[in-house]
Design a protein around this ligand. Structure first.
Ligand SMILES: CC(C)(COP(=O)(O)OP(=O)(O)OC[C@H]1O[C@@H](n2cnc3c(N)ncnc32)[C@H](O)[C@@H]1OP(=O)(O)O)[C@@H](O)C(=O)NCCC(=O)NCCS
Length: 233
C-alpha cells in the first residue's frame, strides 16, 4: 500500500502481522531487553521491513537504533522512515543522494478519540476539516490530519533536531490524495519548512508519506547549531 504514496527511487516494505521479524543485532536486542512482548515484536518486524529496504538499495543489513529524539539512525548515505500501528508495520528508504527527507505514518482508520482534535489543530484547521467532511463524510479527515502531521515531523526532525508540537504545524489536505504541511519552528528554520505529502485512506488503515527530493542538509544545520549561533558571545 505505502508504495502508492512514494516517488520513484524510494523503496518500501510493509507487513500486516509480526510473522516474519528480523533477527536483531546485539545492540537492538539489548535495547529491547525488558520491553513488553508487543513492543519487541513490533520493533523486530519494522527492522525486517527496514532491512528489506536496505537490501533493495543494495546496502548490507545494519542495526537501526534510535538516535536523539527517537529518530532511527539509518546507515550513512540513506534516509528513511519507520511506522507501526495496529495491524501494520512499514519502512521506507532512499539514497541520500536522491532524497533530502522522507517521513511516513500509519494510523487505524476511524475518527480520532474524543477531545484529541482540539489539542492538535488550530481553529482554521478545524474549519478546513469541516469543509472537507461536508463534501466527503466517509473519509476520517481528522485522523488523516493527525497522521500527516506525524509524517511531516518524521521528515523534519532528522534534518533539524528540532522538536515541534502538533500546533506548530498547519495542514492543508487535498481531496485528490495530496497534502501540504507548513511547520512553524520557534527559530528561523534551517530547512524549508513546507512539506508536500500524499495520503491514502483504506477501510482499516490511513497512510501518509512526505518526501522531499534533494540532498539532506549538512549536519551543522541542527537545533544545537542554531541555538549557539543565536546566542550572543
Ligand atoms: C515521533 C512520533 C511522530 C512517532 O509517531 P507514532 O505515531 O507515535 O508512532 P509510529 O509507529 O508511527 O512511529 C514510530 C517510529 O517513528 C520513528 N521516530 C521516532 N521518533 C522520531 C523522530 N524524532 N523523527 C523521525 N522518526 C522518529 C521511529 O523509527 C519509531 O519506530 P521505532 O521506535 O521502532 O524505531 C510521535 O510519537 C511524536 O512524538 N509526535 C510529536 C511530534 C509531532 O508529531 N509533531 C507534529 C507537528 S510537526
Amino acid at each position: 500500500m505505502i508504495e502508492e504514496l512514494l516517488p520513484p527511487g524510494v523503496t518500501s516494505s510493509e507487513a500486516f502481522d509480526d510473522a516474519a521479524p528480523a533477527p536483531l543485532f546485539p545492540a537492538e536486542a539489548a535495547l529491547m531487553q525488558g520491553r513488553r512482548a508487543h513492543r519487541r515484536r513490533q520493533f523486530a518486524t519494522a527492522r525486517a521491513c527496514a532491512r528489506r529496504c536496505l537490501a533493495d538499495l543494495g546496502r548490507p543489513a545494519a542495526a537501526l537504533l534510535p538516535g536523539p529524539g527517537g529518530a532511527p539512525q539509518w546507515p550513512a548515505g540513506v534516509v528513511g522512515s519507520i511506522t507501526h500501528c495496529q495491524g501494520y508495520r512499514a519502512a521506507v528508504a532512499a539514497p541520500a543522494s536522491l532524497m533530502a527527507a522522507v517521513g511516513i505514518d500509519a494510523e487505524p482508520a476511524g475518527p480520532l478519540p474524543r477531545g484529541v482534535l482540539a489539542l492538535i489543530t488550530s481553529e482554521a484547521e478545524r474549519t478546513h476539516l469541516a469543509h472537507l467532511a461536508s463534501a466527503d463524510p466517509s473519509t476520517p479527515w481528522d485522523r488523516l490530519l493527525f497522521s500527516a502531521k506525524e509524517a511531516a515531523y518524521k521528515a523534519w526532525y532528522p534534518a533539524t533536531g528540532i522538536w515541534l508540537g502538533f500546533r506548530d504545524a498547519t495542514l492543508t489536505l487535498f481531496p485528490d490524495g495530496g497534502f501540504a504541511a507548513t511547520l512553524h519552528p520557534p527559530l528561523p528554520p534551517p530547512v524549508d519548512p513546507v512539506y508536500q505529502g500524499r495520503w491514502l485512506a483504506g477501510p482499516d488503515l490511513i497512510l501518509t508519506a512526505v518526501t522531499r527530493e534533494g540532498r539532506p542538509p549538512p549536519p551543522r544545520a541542527t537545533a544545537a547549531a542554531l541555538i549557539s549561533s543565536a546566542t550572543p558571545a
